[in-house]
Design a protein around this ligand. Structure first.
Ligand code: ADP
Length: 455
């Protein structure tokens, strides 16, 4: 069953139950009220007729006459009077005789003073009437035709209103539920338009504080995560080939140099050792990339430990220099890093070195002197690393785009590349809770500024 129908049904059931309770209470109250009111009428009639009878103002024959005449048109009260010996001394109409007074009944009335009860459909009241020092019993009985007819009409009216209200309540509930759930329809329509190649679309959040706003917000957050993960997956292969290039070049260079001429076994050992180190680097890189791909943007899935930034920088420099003999990397520790915690970060050592390699490599490959100057400093929160060069700089309008995947700027013609290095570096730095920014002036050089929160 659709939620709209469910809401309509439930709201109808609940309101109907409350309405039914009110109807029952009204019916019970009016029924009790009618009964009480009619007993009061019977009492008044009994006393009035007894007064008339005992005062002698109206004789018994006239009273009989009045009773018979009234009976034709109204529910006239039938009165009987018994003396102290329980003998009948007056009866409105002993032929009809609604109340069959028994000695037991009369003595009960005498004992209680007043008694109210039903005789078939007739209400009866029996009371003790005092006259001339004697106690008489007066009974009065009648059928409350008007009262009961009135009560019946009220019941029929309430039942009809009840049934009509039932239908109206369901329709109103259905309409209100439809209105309340209208935004859900919009969300469904919007969500259906989001496909694998349109993952950048997001749901419109009209009111972020209501439940549907929260739902749309949560959905959008999920799409953010999915999009990042999709991007990470689709960039994965490209990243691998790009990143494997540097250590593979280093490996190839070692082996080529080793083969240039005949060498002593000790020399071969040195070359093989360095080649092994390169192979080891490649292995670590592929493991790091696998980490990155698996994690997408979720740093909790990457194996993290404490990493010293200065060591990661030295690793990066060694890797670069071995792959490109004409590159120069100068590392300056601008503060006394005696407090080693301030340059220790929590992270994945190989991913951090990979980010540094990309930044240093950019410094070197785009500047004519192929030099990179790296400065390491720290403050209370961050370890800061600046990667500077004296290259051509990055035009102001290009700067916001250089971190986009596959973007290559005007200086791209100077050196080979795929437009991935900075994207990867930024992803890695942000995975570690850090920031990567660039400051560059055309003709003066470029500075990449990395800030990583230290332990
Ligand atoms: P790639 O270097 O493979 O092209 P990157 O993502 O590393 O890809 O860099 C993107 C672009 O940013 C480069 O094509 C280049 O135009 C510009 N760039 C990056 N680093 C520098 C730099 N140090 N000096 C000048 N331009 C740079």
């Amino acid at each position: 069953m659709k939620i709209r129908n469910k809401i309509a049904l439930w709201s109808t059931l609940v309101t109907t139950a409350i309405f039914a309770l009110v109807v029952i209470m009204v019916t019970v109250f009016s029924s009790a009220n009618r009964e009480r009111h009619f007993y009061k009428t019977l009492y008044d009639e009994a006393v009035t007729k007894a007064d008339l009878y005992f005062s002698g103002k109206v004789d018994a024959e006239t009273m009989h006459e009045i009773y018979r005449n009234n009976r034709e048109t109204i529910d006239e009260v039938e009165v009987a009077i018994y003396d102290y010996g329980n003998d009948l001394i007056y009866h409105d109409d002993s032929e009809i005789d609604i109340v069959k007074e028994t000695p037991q009944m009369l003595s009960d009335i005498r004992e209680r003073g007043i008694m109210e009860f039903y005789e078939g459909q007739h209400q009866v009241i029996g009371l003790v009437y005092q006259h001339g020092g004697e106690s008489y019993i007066v009974t009065a009985a009648a059928y409350d035709g008007y009262g009961l007819a009135y009560l019946r009409s009220i019941r029929i009216f309430l039942l009809s209103v009840f049934l009509l209200a039932l239908v109206l309540l369901y329709l109103a509930g259905y309409y209100i539920a439809g209105k309340a759930l209208l935004p859900v329809k919009d969300i469904v329509a919007e969500a259906e338009s989001i496909t694998g190649n349109k993952l950048g679309r997001r749901l419109t959040v009209d009111n972020p504080r209501d439940e549907l706003g929260e739902l749309a917000g949560a959905f959008n957050d999920m799409l953010d995560r999915l999009e990042r993960s999709f991007d990470a997956q689709s960039n994965f292969l490209t990243n691998i080939s790009h990143e494997l290039r540097t250590p593979l070049s280093a490996l190839r260079a070692e082996l080529e140099i080793a083969l240039l001429k005949q060498r002593q076994p000790a020399e071969y050992e040195q070359y093989i050792g360095r080649a092994l180190q390169d192979a080891h680097n490649i292995e670590k890189l592929s493991a790091g990339l696998l980490d990155l791909a698996r994690a997408g943007s979720d740093s909790s899935r990457i194996s993290m430990r404490e990493v010293r930034v200065d060591e990661a920088l030295l690793d990066a420099r060694n890797m670069i220099i071995r792959a490109n003999k004409d590159y120069g990397v100068e590392i300056v520790f601008s503060q006394d890093s005696g407090e080693e915690n301030w340059i220790t970060v929590r992270g994945n050592a190989y991913l951090i070195s990979t980010a540094f390699v990309n930044l240093i490599e950019n410094n070197c490959k785009y500047s004519p002197d192929h030099q990179s100057c790296v400065t390491l400093s720290h403050d209370g929160i961050y370890a800061s690393i600046r990667f500077c060069d004296n290259g051509p700089g990055i035009p102001r309008e290009e700067q916001p785009r250089i971190f986009d995947a596959f973007y290559r700027g005007a200086s791209g013609g100077v050196a080979k590349g795929h437009g991935i290095g900075l994207t990867l570096a930024k992803t890695i730095i942000e995975l570690h809770g850090g920031k990567l920014s660039v400051t560059s002036q055309e003709g003066l050089g470029t500075v990449f500024n990395v800030m990583l929160p230290h332990v």
